[in-house]
Design a protein around this ligand. Structure first.
Ligand code: ADP
Length: 624
């Protein structure tokens, strides 16, 4: 479980409590301050201008005042044209104003009794309450501003998760296969455990190791196992978490992460998807370019700044080592590389065993056969199959995981769950049956295609039906003719519709087949040098994101682009023709398979073989 960076919970509580009481004390201090201000303002010495009583009376008689308020022996005088008293005067308490010569017709006089206790309190309260309300509002505004301030302050903090406790510990034992990778990483474990042994020899301990491999092959797991074996903390962060909309944030997160790591040395920093920040610089592509460069530079600066004694090793994972900036790969940075490939059959079985180990698997379930079928699956896919098997077994009410549950789980993970509830019209069923039978027939007849594993007209995932080909063994390379057979069988569905239902009755059911074929054909021409005219040449197309759209930067001329298009077109046309020849030469077989599909919905490998036995490969469809 990811753990907060703060290592000691018991240390945290008092800190939190202290914060709260500090805040409360602040609030009380604020209130006292306001109270004092009010008190001072209530008792404020008057700022009225004082005049002598004779001046006051003569000015009053001259009609200069609009109002006089008498309280005790004090006069508060409001001059004409003003709305409040600005002058004061004191009269002799013994005689009335009239006696002193005031013409009471010239100015209205109000007599106010000396402020009584209660009214003074009312006055005080009426002035204090709004102030308290304002103080309260101010306090909450301040608090929320502080909160935001804290968030803003933590923006530049790294979001690395720390895995340090026993429960999170992973060891090499839990990783099946990947023997070479484990051997390479054993060395890193030693660097972390016995740094002095190497320092004594004058050796420089590597600072960065790059793990290269497709997604789900266990790069994260291996890195955690290195930390587990060496018994050191493990900081994990993803490259994309460095990059934000705001320039400078990434760099500050990098600084923060390395500072934390150094405090916890010896330890491991694991950067997943390093290509998100470490792409080659200066290609002029991609939005937020400056931000990425700054972040990358900061990583380089931090790695260069490690002292020999610090013993922090950075493990970084990517599946695109080719796009990384060469500066990252220089000696002293990520100068070691560990390649992790998709598991082979033996390793797949071992991984399945690891993941089924704690599950009640029936003795009859054959993991070796599953491993054989699951060619091309990553460790993560296999872990997923094991988990799905358990879910399916539980839902089927079994007390053990049966072979049937495992097969269903495999198919669900590989091509998506069956959608039996989707209702198809009879006409759609016929079209789908012809379509799938077309794929199966062409794939079966062409000699370099993989054998058919299963054909179904039950919708699965996003498709109307599925024809499934599985290679009999793991394949490292794919030949041109194998690609051509894949293209032809991919178009077999559409061509079967065209031949059996008529050119105007072809359907949208072939959409994904056509997209797949176009993509494969383009890859053959651009990346594999398999064109007729453009043989043995490859063309680089770099994709990147501008702020609002994808951009493709290509390193070839318009003329070449045209030739590439022609080559793609000719591959597709050739594939469609080959499929057409095969289908037209075996119409009877196609009909039988279509009928069988309508009747049974799913036809597996043995039955397909039986139905298609004796199908012919016409000379025209052969490329030999
Ligand atoms: P990556 O980092 O390469 O994308 P992960 O390390 O995240 O892959 O792997 C995902 C999951 O796949 C792991 O948690 C583990 O369950 C499973 N897995 C991958 N490779 C192996 C392996 N060699 N042995 C056992 N489990 C594996």
């Amino acid at each position: 479980m990811p753990m907060d960076k703060k290592p000691n919970r018991s240390n945290r509580k008092p800190t939190k409590g202290n914060n709260r009481s500090a805040k409360n004390a602040g609030f009380i201090a604020l209130l006292i301050l306001f109270g004092l201000i009010i008190f001072a303002s209530v008792n404020q010495p008057s700022t009225l201008k004082e005049v002598s009583s004779s001046t006051a009376i003569s000015d009053a008689n001259a009609g200069k005042y609009s109002k006089i308020v008498v309280s005790g022996n004090q006069l508060d005088i409001t001059p004409k044209g003003q709305d409040k008293a600005t002058i004061k005067s004191y009269v002799d308490g013994g005689s009335s104003l009239k006696d002193q010569g005031l013409n009471t017709n010239k100015v209205p006089i109000t007599y106010k009794s000396q402020a009584s206790g209660s009214s003074a309190w009312v006055t005080l309260a009426s002035s204090i309450i709004p102030v308290f309300i304002i103080a309260g509002i101010l306090y909450f505004m301040l608090r929320s501003a502080q909160g935001q301030g804290n968030q803003a302050m933590s923006f530049g903090k790294s979001r690395a998760r720390l895995y340090g406790n026993e429960k999170d510990k992973v060891t090499f034992k839990e990783i099946a296969g990947s023997e070479e990778a484990k051997q390479d990483l054993e060395e890193v474990v030693e660097f972390l455990k016995f740094p002095k042994k190497f320092a004594g020899m004058g050796a420089r301990i590597p600072k960065g190791v790059l793990l290269v491999g497709p997604p789900g092959t266990g790069k994260t797991l291996l890195s955690r196992a290195v930390a587990g074996e060496a018994n050191v903390p493990f900081f994990s962060i993803s490259g994309s978490e460095f990059v934000e909309m705001f320039v400078g944030v990434g760099a500050s997160r990098v600084r923060d992460l390395f500072a934390k790591a150094k405090k916890n040395a010896p330890c491991i920093i694991f950067v997943d998807e390093i290509d998100a920040v470490g792409r080659r610089r200066g290609s002029g592509m991609g939005g937020g370019h400056d931000e990425r460069e700054q972040t990358l530079n900061q990583i380089l600066v931090e790695m260069d700044g490690f002292d020999q004694g610090e013993n922090v090793i950075v493990l970084a994972a990517t599946n695109r080592a080719d796009v990384l900036d060469p500066a990252l790969l220089r000696p002293g940075r990520f100068d070691r590389r560990v390649n992790i490939g998709l598991p082979d059959r033996k390793d797949r079985e071992a991984i399945l065993k690891v993941h089924f180990a704690k599950k009640p698997l029936a003795k009859t379930a054959d993991l070796d056969a599953l491993a054989a079928k699951a060619a091309g699956s990553s460790g993560a896919d296999l872990a997923n199959i094991a988990n799905e098997s358990a879910i399916i077994a539980a839902r089927n009410g079994h007390d053990q995981i049966t072979q049937h549950d495992v097969t269903e789980a495999f198919e669900r993970v590989a091509i998506g769950p069956e959608r039996k509830s989707k209702v198809m019209t009879e006409a759609d069923k016929v079209t789908t049956a012809y379509h799938e039978a077309g794929h199966a027939l062409v794939g079966h007849v062409l000699p370099d295609s993989d054998p058919v594993h299963k054909v179904t007209i039950i919708p699965r995932g996003g498709t109307g039906g599925v024809t499934w080909f599985i290679p009999p063994e793991d394949r490292v390379f794919v030949s041109l003719i194998q690609f051509k057979d894949i293209l032809a069988r991919g178009l077999g569905g559409r061509i079967a519709e065209e031949v059996m239902l008529g050119e105007d009755r072809i359907t949208t059911g072939a959409g994904s087949d056509l997209r797949g074929a176009a993509e494969l054909a383009r890859d053959m021409i651009i990346n594999q040098g398999m064109g007729k005219k453009l043989r043995d040449q490859v063309f680089r197309v770099e994709e990147g994101m501008m702020i609002d759209r994808m951009v493709h930067e290509r390193e070839y001329s318009e003329d070449t682009a045209k030739v590439i298009d022609q080559e793609v077109e000719s591959l597709i046309t050739e594939a469609a023709n080959r499929a057409r020849f095969v289908i037209k030469a075996n119409l009877d077989k196609l009909e039988v398979l279509k009928d069988r599909l309508i009747e049974k919905e799913t036809v597996d490998a043995d039955e397909v073989l039986e139905v298609l036995k004796g199908s012919k490969l016409p000379q025209t469809a052969s490329l030999y």
